[in-house]
Design a protein around this ligand. Structure first.
Ligand code: TYD
Length: 138
C-alpha cells in the first residue's frame, strides 16, 4: 500500500472542565480491529525505535504524552510525521518501513495493532524490505 494511505487521523475529543476525554473504537476511529496495545516509555534522549516493517500488521500510533517523530518509507518515498497530541494519531498500513526518533523527555508512544505479536510478521532487514516492496509494486 502506498505512503498516501498512511495519514494522521483526528480522534473524538470530549471537552470537559474536569479534563478532556478521547476514545478509540476499532473499525470506527481506526481502519482495523484492535487486537493488541503496546507502548514505549522511558525513552532515553537520542534513542531511535522501530527500523523495521510489518508484512500484514496495521497500526495506529498516538503520542499519549510528549512528542516524537515517525518516519515512514514505502520503498519509494519517505515522509516524517510529528506527533504531539493525544487526540491525533498516525495510521500506518502494512509494508511500511518505519522508525521513531526525536522523543521528548517523558514521551509515551502508544501503538494499537491489528494482530497479536508475531515475529514472523516483521521485516527487520532494509534490503529485504526494499526487495519485497518492489515485488508488491510490480
Ligand atoms: P520491537 O517491535 O522490535 O521494538 P521497536 O521496534 O520499538 O524497537 O520490539 C522489541 C522487543 O519487544 C522484541 O524483542 C519483541 C518484544 N515485543 C513483544 O514481545 N510483544 C510486542 O507486542 C511487541 C511490540 C514487542
Amino acid at each position: 500500500m502506498p505512503l498516501n494511505d498512511c495519514r494522521i487521523l483526528e480522534l473524538p475529543k470530549i471537552h470537559d472542565p474536569r479534563g478532556n476525554l478521547t476514545f478509540i473504537e476499532g473499525d470506527i476511529h481506526v481502519p482495523f480491529g484492535i487486537q493488541r496495545v503496546y507502548y514505549l516509555y522511558d525513552v532515553p534522549g537520542g534513542a531511535d525505535r522501530g527500523a523495521h516493517a510489518h508484512r500484514n500488521l496495521h497500526q495506529f500510533i498516538v503520542a499519549m504524552s510528549g512528542s516524537f517523530d515517525v518516519v515512514l518509507d514505502d520503498g519509494v518515498d519517505q515522509r516524517r510525521f510529528h506527533l504531539n497530541r493525544s487526540y491525533f494519531g498516525l495510521y500506518v498500513c502494512p509494508m511500511m518501513w518505519r522508525y521513531l526518533d526525536n522523543f521528548s523527555s517523558g514521551a509515551v508512544c502508544m501503538v494499537l495493532a491489528s494482530s497479536r505479536y508475531s515475529e514472523a510478521d516483521y521485516i527487520r532487514d532494509y534490503d529485504e524490505f526494499m526487495a519485497a516492496a518492489k515485488v508488491l509494486r510490480s
